[in-house]
Design a protein around this ligand. Sequence first.
Ligand code: NDP
Length: 298
Amino acid sequence: MTARIIDGKAIAAAVRAHVADEVARVQRAHAMTPGLAVVLVGSDPASEVYVRSKHKLTQAAGMASFEHVLPSDVGQDELLALIGRLNRDPLVHGILVQLPLPKSLDTESIINAIDPAKDVDGLHPNNAGRLAAGLPALSPCTPLGCIILTKSVHASLQGMNAIVIGRSNLVGRPLVQLLLNENATVTIAHSRSRDLAQLCARADLVYAAVGKPEMVRGDWIKPGATVIDVGINRLSGTDGKTRLVGDVAFQEASGVAGAITPVPGGVGQMTVACLLVNTLRAACAIHGLPPPEVQPLW
Ligand code: NDP
């Protein structure tokens, strides 16, 4: 069997187009332009690429984009002062601090300083707690992208057996909560889990968010299962060139799975698209407007 390839690039483009339509509608009806502020500390090349791409796609969706680039030796107080100003700025509806931050800064207190209503990365404990309690919340973008990709294959996830491998605050934990909201039956696995292959073998939905190249093998996958590969790993080939691979052995798994995301071209594209969804949602909530019509996307 050859798995259907889930085209994250096309689905992300559809989400962005839908958000852009909603932004235009909100602007017409309420004269309000959603605004996203991105804070980058230092000059990590990968982070710079992400921030540039976020800026371009935010503007393309018709939103205002504010970039704040600070030197890597910025003090904690100076960064907290900037977040305070962004929290009070009426033109800013979403605040994203690009992670990882330099080791000299206390990431937790920086995240905690963001107004939860503007926390479009969904990392503030208020949002994480609300999500865990089944309450409306801004949820982290990558897990939200995983749900949208899964729902491009299955209209309903109700009663399906899902396994999430990885329990980070950024991906694994919020993904479990979103899957519970979809009425899936969820197993969460991590570095201390036993018999991972056996746990995977009963899953209709497999989510790999580990950061270990091609760890999930084809013979772990239940025939016909849907596989969502969050991992982004750089592997050096014998030719000296590097290539991106996921946490799933794609060639093997695509011979068994019913549907699978490629790396690149799968989950990665969805993260920024969902950041735009969250910014639009935050802007509507802050202005007391009805939630934007983005839910039909998943
Ligand atoms: P973290 O390093 O924060 O978490 C990794 C998780 O994997 C941990 O919970 C860890 O368990 C678990 N783990 C590690 N080794 C094993 C193992 N051998 N068996 C089972 N579980 C294991 O990573 P992130 O969640 O931030 O990211 C995961 C991957 O997703 C990375 O490749 C990252 O680059 C990618 N990513 C991609 C994004 C995208 O946009 N596509 C966005 C964010 C991340 P324990 O808790 O026990 O240590």
